[in-house]
Write a protein that binds this ligand. Structure first.
Ligand code: TXA
Ligand code: MG
Length: 331
Protein backbone atom coordinates (compact mmCIF):
# COMPACT_ATOMS: atom_id res chain seq x y z
CA UNK A 1 0.00 0.00 0.00
CA UNK A 2 1.36 3.43 -0.86
CA UNK A 3 2.09 5.62 2.13
CA UNK A 4 -0.45 8.15 0.86
CA UNK A 5 -3.43 5.87 0.42
CA UNK A 6 -6.02 6.27 3.13
CA UNK A 7 -7.96 3.43 4.67
CA UNK A 8 -11.42 2.88 3.26
CA UNK A 9 -14.43 3.30 5.55
CA UNK A 10 -17.14 0.68 4.95
CA UNK A 11 -20.79 0.97 5.92
CA UNK A 12 -22.23 -2.12 7.57
CA UNK A 13 -24.03 -3.62 4.57
CA UNK A 14 -24.23 -7.41 4.23
CA UNK A 15 -21.90 -7.28 1.26
CA UNK A 16 -19.30 -5.19 3.08
CA UNK A 17 -19.43 -7.39 6.17
CA UNK A 18 -18.72 -10.48 4.03
CA UNK A 19 -15.83 -8.70 2.35
CA UNK A 20 -14.34 -7.64 5.69
CA UNK A 21 -14.81 -11.12 7.16
CA UNK A 22 -12.87 -12.49 4.19
CA UNK A 23 -10.07 -10.01 4.84
CA UNK A 24 -9.89 -11.10 8.48
CA UNK A 25 -9.81 -14.78 7.49
CA UNK A 26 -6.92 -13.99 5.13
CA UNK A 27 -4.94 -12.58 8.05
CA UNK A 28 -5.53 -8.90 7.38
CA UNK A 29 -6.44 -6.17 9.86
CA UNK A 30 -9.87 -4.55 10.03
CA UNK A 31 -10.80 -1.68 12.36
CA UNK A 32 -14.14 -2.42 13.99
CA UNK A 33 -16.77 -0.50 15.95
CA UNK A 34 -17.52 -1.62 19.47
CA UNK A 35 -19.83 -0.12 22.08
CA UNK A 36 -16.78 1.09 24.04
CA UNK A 37 -14.21 2.40 21.52
CA UNK A 38 -13.13 1.30 18.02
CA UNK A 39 -10.82 -1.72 17.90
CA UNK A 40 -8.14 -2.92 15.47
CA UNK A 41 -9.00 -6.57 14.85
CA UNK A 42 -7.14 -9.65 13.61
CA UNK A 43 -7.75 -13.39 13.76
CA UNK A 44 -6.78 -14.26 17.34
CA UNK A 45 -5.47 -17.70 16.35
CA UNK A 46 -3.09 -16.28 13.73
CA UNK A 47 0.28 -15.09 15.07
CA UNK A 48 1.36 -13.20 11.98
CA UNK A 49 -2.01 -11.45 11.68
CA UNK A 50 -1.80 -10.35 15.32
CA UNK A 51 1.75 -9.17 14.86
CA UNK A 52 0.46 -6.68 12.28
CA UNK A 53 -1.66 -5.05 15.01
CA UNK A 54 1.44 -4.15 17.02
CA UNK A 55 3.19 -2.85 13.93
CA UNK A 56 0.26 -0.69 12.80
CA UNK A 57 -0.22 0.86 16.25
CA UNK A 58 3.44 1.15 17.18
CA UNK A 59 2.47 -0.84 20.25
CA UNK A 60 5.13 -2.68 22.26
CA UNK A 61 4.63 -6.44 22.19
CA UNK A 62 4.68 -6.58 25.99
CA UNK A 63 1.17 -5.03 25.97
CA UNK A 64 -1.33 -7.90 25.53
CA UNK A 65 -4.51 -7.82 23.42
CA UNK A 66 -8.15 -8.49 24.28
CA UNK A 67 -9.76 -11.47 22.53
CA UNK A 68 -13.34 -10.81 21.37
CA UNK A 69 -15.78 -13.60 20.54
CA UNK A 70 -19.39 -14.04 19.46
CA UNK A 71 -20.87 -16.78 21.60
CA UNK A 72 -20.18 -18.08 25.10
CA UNK A 73 -19.69 -21.54 23.56
CA UNK A 74 -16.42 -20.28 22.09
CA UNK A 75 -14.95 -19.23 25.42
CA UNK A 76 -13.69 -22.68 26.35
CA UNK A 77 -11.38 -22.76 23.32
CA UNK A 78 -9.78 -19.48 24.42
CA UNK A 79 -9.62 -19.44 28.22
CA UNK A 80 -10.24 -21.52 31.33
CA UNK A 81 -13.41 -20.11 32.88
CA UNK A 82 -14.50 -20.43 36.52
CA UNK A 83 -17.84 -19.96 38.30
CA UNK A 84 -17.14 -16.32 39.15
CA UNK A 85 -16.33 -15.53 35.51
CA UNK A 86 -19.52 -17.25 34.37
CA UNK A 87 -21.54 -15.17 36.84
CA UNK A 88 -20.09 -11.99 35.36
CA UNK A 89 -20.60 -13.32 31.83
CA UNK A 90 -24.29 -13.95 32.50
CA UNK A 91 -24.73 -10.52 34.05
CA UNK A 92 -22.74 -8.33 31.64
CA UNK A 93 -22.12 -10.07 28.28
CA UNK A 94 -22.46 -9.07 25.61
CA UNK A 95 -21.15 -5.78 26.94
CA UNK A 96 -18.29 -3.55 28.08
CA UNK A 97 -16.59 -6.01 30.43
CA UNK A 98 -13.26 -7.79 29.87
CA UNK A 99 -12.24 -10.72 32.06
CA UNK A 100 -8.66 -11.95 32.51
CA UNK A 101 -8.48 -15.74 32.81
CA UNK A 102 -5.89 -18.50 32.43
CA UNK A 103 -5.38 -18.99 28.70
CA UNK A 104 -5.65 -22.04 26.48
CA UNK A 105 -2.75 -23.09 24.27
CA UNK A 106 -4.74 -22.19 21.13
CA UNK A 107 -4.14 -18.50 21.83
CA UNK A 108 -0.67 -17.59 20.55
CA UNK A 109 1.86 -15.93 22.84
CA UNK A 110 1.82 -12.72 20.79
CA UNK A 111 -1.80 -12.11 21.91
CA UNK A 112 -1.09 -12.48 25.64
CA UNK A 113 2.40 -10.94 25.51
CA UNK A 114 3.75 -14.27 26.69
CA UNK A 115 1.57 -14.33 29.82
CA UNK A 116 -0.23 -17.52 30.89
CA UNK A 117 -3.47 -15.48 30.99
CA UNK A 118 -5.72 -13.94 28.35
CA UNK A 119 -8.22 -11.06 28.42
CA UNK A 120 -11.62 -11.98 26.92
CA UNK A 121 -14.72 -10.02 26.03
CA UNK A 122 -18.04 -10.61 24.25
CA UNK A 123 -18.84 -7.22 22.72
CA UNK A 124 -22.37 -5.85 22.26
CA UNK A 125 -22.10 -3.72 19.12
CA UNK A 126 -24.46 -5.35 16.59
CA UNK A 127 -22.21 -4.80 13.55
CA UNK A 128 -19.13 -6.15 15.30
CA UNK A 129 -21.18 -9.14 16.45
CA UNK A 130 -22.28 -9.84 12.88
CA UNK A 131 -18.67 -9.56 11.70
CA UNK A 132 -17.47 -11.94 14.44
CA UNK A 133 -20.10 -14.45 13.44
CA UNK A 134 -19.26 -14.21 9.74
CA UNK A 135 -15.53 -14.51 10.43
CA UNK A 136 -16.17 -17.58 12.54
CA UNK A 137 -13.20 -17.10 14.84
CA UNK A 138 -12.29 -14.95 17.82
CA UNK A 139 -10.73 -11.60 17.03
CA UNK A 140 -7.90 -10.02 19.00
CA UNK A 141 -8.34 -6.25 19.13
CA UNK A 142 -6.80 -3.41 21.08
CA UNK A 143 -8.18 0.11 20.72
CA UNK A 144 -7.61 1.35 17.14
CA UNK A 145 -5.37 4.32 17.97
CA UNK A 146 -1.68 5.00 17.56
CA UNK A 147 -0.10 3.63 20.74
CA UNK A 148 -0.38 6.07 23.62
CA UNK A 149 -2.87 8.42 21.97
CA UNK A 150 -6.54 8.92 22.82
CA UNK A 151 -8.79 5.94 21.91
CA UNK A 152 -11.01 6.41 18.83
CA UNK A 153 -14.78 6.65 19.19
CA UNK A 154 -15.61 7.21 15.50
CA UNK A 155 -14.45 5.69 12.20
CA UNK A 156 -12.97 9.11 11.31
CA UNK A 157 -10.82 9.05 14.46
CA UNK A 158 -9.44 5.69 13.33
CA UNK A 159 -8.67 6.96 9.86
CA UNK A 160 -7.02 10.06 11.27
CA UNK A 161 -4.54 8.00 13.31
CA UNK A 162 -4.11 4.76 11.37
CA UNK A 163 -5.37 5.63 7.89
CA UNK A 164 -1.99 5.02 6.32
CA UNK A 165 -1.29 1.83 8.22
CA UNK A 166 -4.48 -0.14 7.58
CA UNK A 167 -6.84 -0.76 4.67
CA UNK A 168 -10.29 -1.22 6.14
CA UNK A 169 -12.50 0.41 8.75
CA UNK A 170 -16.04 -0.72 9.50
CA UNK A 171 -18.21 2.26 10.42
CA UNK A 172 -20.62 1.57 13.24
CA UNK A 173 -21.34 5.18 14.19
CA UNK A 174 -20.09 6.98 17.29
CA UNK A 175 -19.32 4.59 20.16
CA UNK A 176 -22.23 4.36 22.62
CA UNK A 177 -20.14 4.22 25.77
CA UNK A 178 -16.99 6.04 24.71
CA UNK A 179 -14.57 4.58 27.30
CA UNK A 180 -12.66 1.30 27.07
CA UNK A 181 -14.17 -1.75 28.79
CA UNK A 182 -13.90 -2.48 32.47
CA UNK A 183 -11.16 -5.09 33.00
CA UNK A 184 -11.41 -7.51 35.90
CA UNK A 185 -8.74 -10.05 36.79
CA UNK A 186 -10.33 -13.40 37.65
CA UNK A 187 -7.35 -15.69 37.22
CA UNK A 188 -8.01 -16.52 40.86
CA UNK A 189 -11.80 -16.38 41.33
CA UNK A 190 -11.31 -15.92 45.08
CA UNK A 191 -9.32 -12.74 44.50
CA UNK A 192 -10.99 -10.61 41.84
CA UNK A 193 -9.23 -7.33 41.07
CA UNK A 194 -10.28 -4.36 39.01
CA UNK A 195 -7.51 -3.67 36.48
CA UNK A 196 -9.28 -0.87 34.60
CA UNK A 197 -12.49 0.91 35.63
CA UNK A 198 -15.15 1.30 32.94
CA UNK A 199 -18.88 1.43 32.29
CA UNK A 200 -19.48 -1.76 34.27
CA UNK A 201 -18.83 -0.26 37.67
CA UNK A 202 -17.03 -1.71 40.62
CA UNK A 203 -20.31 -1.70 42.62
CA UNK A 204 -22.01 -3.76 39.91
CA UNK A 205 -19.16 -6.27 39.87
CA UNK A 206 -19.25 -6.56 43.65
CA UNK A 207 -23.01 -7.06 43.68
CA UNK A 208 -22.85 -9.90 41.16
CA UNK A 209 -19.77 -11.58 42.66
CA UNK A 210 -20.85 -11.04 46.26
CA UNK A 211 -17.32 -9.97 47.19
CA UNK A 212 -15.12 -6.90 47.28
CA UNK A 213 -13.25 -6.07 44.06
CA UNK A 214 -10.25 -3.88 44.94
CA UNK A 215 -8.62 -1.70 42.33
CA UNK A 216 -5.19 -3.00 41.34
CA UNK A 217 -2.54 -0.28 41.83
CA UNK A 218 -1.75 1.88 38.82
CA UNK A 219 1.22 0.30 37.09
CA UNK A 220 3.94 1.46 34.80
CA UNK A 221 7.33 3.07 35.01
CA UNK A 222 6.40 5.47 37.75
CA UNK A 223 4.36 3.30 40.06
CA UNK A 224 7.37 1.49 41.48
CA UNK A 225 5.34 -1.68 41.62
CA UNK A 226 7.00 -4.13 39.24
CA UNK A 227 4.82 -7.07 40.31
CA UNK A 228 1.65 -5.20 39.42
CA UNK A 229 3.26 -4.23 36.12
CA UNK A 230 3.71 -7.91 35.35
CA UNK A 231 0.07 -8.71 36.01
CA UNK A 232 -1.46 -5.87 34.04
CA UNK A 233 1.06 -4.83 31.43
CA UNK A 234 -0.11 -1.95 29.34
CA UNK A 235 -2.11 -0.26 32.06
CA UNK A 236 0.62 2.35 31.99
CA UNK A 237 0.22 5.57 33.78
CA UNK A 238 0.62 7.75 30.72
CA UNK A 239 -1.85 6.64 28.08
CA UNK A 240 -4.77 8.13 26.20
CA UNK A 241 -2.77 11.34 25.99
CA UNK A 242 -3.32 14.31 23.74
CA UNK A 243 -0.18 16.17 22.55
CA UNK A 244 -1.32 19.33 24.34
CA UNK A 245 -0.61 19.31 28.10
CA UNK A 246 -3.71 18.40 30.13
CA UNK A 247 -4.25 20.01 33.55
CA UNK A 248 -6.88 18.63 35.93
CA UNK A 249 -8.97 20.60 38.42
CA UNK A 250 -11.31 19.56 41.21
CA UNK A 251 -12.76 23.07 40.87
CA UNK A 252 -12.09 25.26 37.85
CA UNK A 253 -10.37 28.57 38.67
CA UNK A 254 -12.38 31.74 37.98
CA UNK A 255 -9.56 33.41 35.97
CA UNK A 256 -8.95 31.58 32.72
CA UNK A 257 -6.19 32.22 30.19
CA UNK A 258 -7.56 32.88 26.72
CA UNK A 259 -5.08 30.77 24.79
CA UNK A 260 -5.95 27.72 26.90
CA UNK A 261 -9.02 25.47 26.64
CA UNK A 262 -11.36 24.98 29.60
CA UNK A 263 -13.37 21.76 29.51
CA UNK A 264 -16.16 21.49 32.08
CA UNK A 265 -18.25 18.44 32.91
CA UNK A 266 -21.55 20.36 32.59
CA UNK A 267 -22.32 23.54 30.65
CA UNK A 268 -21.25 26.38 32.95
CA UNK A 269 -23.88 29.06 33.56
CA UNK A 270 -23.36 32.42 31.89
CA UNK A 271 -20.07 31.78 30.02
CA UNK A 272 -19.84 32.37 26.31
CA UNK A 273 -16.11 32.44 25.74
CA UNK A 274 -14.76 30.65 22.65
CA UNK A 275 -12.32 28.66 24.79
CA UNK A 276 -14.93 27.20 27.18
CA UNK A 277 -16.27 23.71 26.47
CA UNK A 278 -18.26 21.02 28.27
CA UNK A 279 -18.69 17.26 28.09
CA UNK A 280 -22.45 17.03 28.60
CA UNK A 281 -24.82 20.00 28.71
CA UNK A 282 -26.54 18.69 31.85
CA UNK A 283 -23.43 17.13 33.32
CA UNK A 284 -24.72 13.58 32.98
CA UNK A 285 -21.86 11.14 33.27
CA UNK A 286 -23.05 8.78 30.52
CA UNK A 287 -23.02 11.69 28.11
CA UNK A 288 -19.69 12.92 29.46
CA UNK A 289 -18.07 9.51 28.94
CA UNK A 290 -19.46 9.34 25.41
CA UNK A 291 -17.94 12.65 24.33
CA UNK A 292 -14.73 12.75 26.40
CA UNK A 293 -12.30 11.29 23.84
CA UNK A 294 -13.80 13.18 20.88
CA UNK A 295 -13.49 16.43 22.86
CA UNK A 296 -9.88 15.76 23.85
CA UNK A 297 -9.04 15.06 20.20
CA UNK A 298 -10.80 18.20 19.00
CA UNK A 299 -9.18 20.43 21.62
CA UNK A 300 -5.80 18.85 20.86
CA UNK A 301 -6.12 20.18 17.31
CA UNK A 302 -7.48 23.54 18.46
CA UNK A 303 -4.07 25.22 18.90
CA UNK A 304 -4.46 25.74 22.66
CA UNK A 305 -1.42 25.92 24.91
CA UNK A 306 -3.07 23.73 27.54
CA UNK A 307 -6.29 21.83 28.05
CA UNK A 308 -7.78 22.34 31.51
CA UNK A 309 -10.33 19.72 32.53
CA UNK A 310 -12.76 19.64 35.42
CA UNK A 311 -12.80 16.25 37.20
CA UNK A 312 -16.21 14.68 37.71
CA UNK A 313 -16.74 13.35 41.21
CA UNK A 314 -18.43 10.31 42.65
CA UNK A 315 -18.28 6.53 42.24
CA UNK A 316 -19.36 4.48 39.20
CA UNK A 317 -18.72 5.99 35.80
CA UNK A 318 -16.94 8.98 37.38
CA UNK A 319 -14.23 6.56 38.53
CA UNK A 320 -13.63 5.49 34.92
CA UNK A 321 -13.64 9.05 33.56
CA UNK A 322 -11.22 10.23 36.27
CA UNK A 323 -8.94 7.26 35.53
CA UNK A 324 -8.70 8.22 31.82
CA UNK A 325 -8.19 11.88 32.64
CA UNK A 326 -5.38 11.13 35.09
CA UNK A 327 -3.64 9.06 32.42
CA UNK A 328 -4.15 11.81 29.84
CA UNK A 329 -2.58 14.30 32.26
CA UNK A 330 0.30 12.11 33.46
CA UNK A 331 3.71 13.48 32.47
O1 TXA B 1 -13.13 -1.60 25.30
C1 TXA B 1 -12.09 -2.19 25.09
O2 TXA B 1 -11.58 -2.94 25.92
C2 TXA B 1 -11.42 -1.96 23.74
C3 TXA B 1 -12.30 -2.57 22.66
C4 TXA B 1 -11.64 -2.57 21.31
O3 TXA B 1 -12.67 -3.87 23.03
N1 TXA B 1 -10.11 -2.53 23.74
C5 TXA B 1 -9.09 -2.01 24.45
O4 TXA B 1 -7.90 -2.67 24.26
O5 TXA B 1 -9.20 -1.05 25.15
P1 TXA B 1 -6.47 -2.10 24.69
O6 TXA B 1 -5.48 -2.97 24.06
O7 TXA B 1 -6.38 -0.69 24.35
O8 TXA B 1 -6.40 -2.39 26.19
C6 TXA B 1 -6.29 -3.74 26.57
C7 TXA B 1 -5.62 -3.85 27.87
C8 TXA B 1 -4.11 -3.99 27.81
O9 TXA B 1 -3.46 -2.79 27.69
C9 TXA B 1 -3.83 -4.65 29.15
O10 TXA B 1 -3.78 -3.66 30.13
C10 TXA B 1 -5.08 -5.47 29.38
O11 TXA B 1 -6.02 -5.09 28.45
N2 TXA B 1 -4.79 -6.90 29.20
C11 TXA B 1 -4.87 -7.63 28.08
N3 TXA B 1 -4.51 -8.89 28.31
C12 TXA B 1 -4.20 -8.97 29.62
C13 TXA B 1 -3.76 -10.00 30.47
N4 TXA B 1 -3.55 -11.23 30.03
N5 TXA B 1 -3.54 -9.70 31.77
C14 TXA B 1 -3.76 -8.45 32.22
N6 TXA B 1 -4.17 -7.44 31.47
C15 TXA B 1 -4.39 -7.68 30.18
MG1 MG C 1 -5.73 1.10 24.12
Amino acid sequence: MSPHSAARIYRGTGRNLSLLAAQLKRGELVAVPTETVYGLAANAFDTSACRKIFRAKGRPTRDPLIVHFHDLKELDAIAVANPAALKLARAFWPGPLTIVLPKRKTIPAIVSAGLPSVAVRMPAHPLFRRLLKLTGRPLAAPSANVFGYVSPTTAEHVRHGLGRKIRSILDGGPAQIGLESTIVDLRDPMQPRLLRPGAVTRAELERVLGQVVPLAGATGKKSGNPRAALVAPGTMKRHYSPQTPVVLHETMPPRRAEDEAWLFVAKPAGTRAANVFWLDARGELGGAARTLFAQLRRLDRGGFRKIHVELPCGPGLAEAIVDRLRRAAAK
